[in-house]
Write a new protein. Structure first.
Length: 453
């Protein structure tokens, strides 16, 4: 196969890759999950550990994934097959690709359910614009949604169909269109919410909660959650960024710079989301700690009901959040789809996407039911949805990332690395290589082992 292009298509430009990779990274992880994980894990200390994980583990592994993908030019499993042959190392590394595919299917299953919540909320604001009832008690509105399996299943199915539609069209036609204008719009909306937060008079208190570490609330579990969140938010450890890297042109694109751009944007969106949400939470007298997965759905509507043009704002916010989730879910589905396409031919893309998404949708029904009918079912002290989230985000992604780091650091030959990172100054290259060989794997291992013991 031609080393410089992929059969799945190529990004039309460097900017397009950055948009697509940012579209993958920025999603529910930043705006739904980051604030509530911060809330549940006691604030500042969690945020600090999370930022440390992004810098020392996330960013270097992000570069490794893009690099491996761009060298391989095919889906993760076939990339590992090719690279292990080329470098003359064990074929067992191919397991990384399989971990990625399984993690992707698991994550997509609950991701689509939560994205369905945002679609439902966007629809609630559409109804309000048409004269429907206001959301006067957001807690009750949210509880009513979770209690209704049919409603949840409907939005879950709709979101999954939207995801399949884009992936079925292929990389160039499908993904590029979705990210060009809407991501910047969401960013602006978040900024406006932060400004609103400043007018509440609670910005100082919110910043203290977010950034002042209270180490007494930290446990081994906090480290694991922060590490899992770092992987989840950067779309790492399941070969998503590797797959997107496979469609990245070689000429004139610096993997180091692109990686930094994506990581910076993603981190800023998460922090902005925190700065937008916590002043609202505090100003309505809600306890910032222990908010749980409903945090943004039970707090933001309070602000939307009381601010001028709040209904339009609420519609735009939840609508754009659904779009952000959409550009991420596409990237959850793409690695497995690309693998099937390589196996069964380019003509099978639609069926491949539909098959994987169908499986994920069925699994998602477990999450739907765990919110109501099966809410009493507990596995390792968690309901089914939280359990799936835990296995995929907190265990599989870091494990996948650990193996990717070791593969890049020890198995891939140095010439390939140097060729892919040719613009990187020698000092940085050496630093990156030792982060891959020792620092990142050691940190992930310590966190995994400490949390399990
Ligand atoms: N990064 C996405 C988010 O923050 C989720 C995701 C994880 C997407 C893994 C792809 C792969 O919402």
């Amino acid at each position: 196969m031609d080393k410089t292009t992929s059969i799945h298509g190529m990004w039309s430009s460097r900017l397009m890759f950055i948009l697509a990779a940012t579209g993958s990274a920025v999603g529910l992880g930043n705006i739904w999950r980051f604030p509530y994980m911060t809330s549940d894990n006691g604030g500042g200390a969690f945020v600090l550990v999370y930022l440390g994980c992004i810098l020392l583990v996330g960013l270097p592994i992000l570069m490794a994934e893009i690099l491996i993908g761009r060298h391989g030019r095919v889906s993760p499993i076939n990339t590992f097959r090719k690279l292990t042959r080329e470098s003359g190392v064990s074929r067992h590394w191919v397991a990384i690709g399989w971990i990625g595919i399984v993690a992707g299917i698991l994550i997509l299953s609950f991701y689509s359910v939560v994205a369905g919540w945002t679609l439902h909320y966007a629809f609630l604001y559409v109804k309000q614009l048409a004269g429907g009832a206001a959301i006067t008690d957001p807690g009750a509105t949210f509880a009513a949604l979770l209690a209704d399996p049919l409603e949840l299943t409907f939005w879950h199915a709709l979101f999954m169909l939207l995801t399949v539609a884009v992936v079925a069209l292929g990389v160039e036609k499908g993904l590029e269109r979705a990210v060009r204008f809407l991501m910047p719009a969401l960013f602006v909306l978040l900024l406006m919410l932060v400004v609103y937060g400043m007018t509440t008079g609670f910005m100082g208190q919110a910043a203290t909660f977010l950034f002042k570490p209270d180490w007494s609330v930290i446990t081994g579990g906090t480290f694991l959650s922060a590490m899992g969140q770092a992987f989840f938010t950067l779309s790492l450890g399941m070969c998503t960024m590797m797959t997107y890297g496979a469609y990245l042109p070689r000429e004139g694109v610096s993997i180091g710079r692109v990686g930094i751009a994506v990581a910076l944007t993603d981190t800023s969106v998460a922090l902005l989301a925190g700065l937008a949400i916590f002043p609202i939470v505090l100003s309505f007298g809600i306890d910032p700690a222990g908010g749980g997965p409903g945090l943004i759905f039970t707090s933001l509507p309070l602000a939307f009901e009381s601010m001028p043009f709040g209904i339009v704002y609420g519609l735009a916010f939840f609508g754009l959040l659904a779009v952000a989730a959409w550009t991420s879910s596409i990237s959850l589905l793409e690695p497995a789809t690309a693998f099937l396409v390589e196996r069964f031919g380019v003509a099978s893309r639609k069926r491949a996407a539909l098959g994987i998404a169908g499986l994920s949708w069925l699994l998602g029904l477990l999450s739907v039911l765990s919110l109501n009918v099966w809410s009493g079912v507990r596995i390792l002290d968690r309901d089914i949805m939280t359990f799936v989230e835990f296995i995929a985000n907190d265990l599989m992604l870091p494990l996948g990332g650990l193996l990717i780091a070791l593969f890049a650091g020890w198995a891939l030959n140095r010439t390939i690395l140097r060729e892919q990172l040719s613009d990187m100054p020698p000092v940085l290259f050496t630093t990156w290589r030792w982060l891959m060989r020792v620092v990142a794997p050691a940190l992930v291992l310590i966190v995994l082992v400490r949390a399990v013991l």
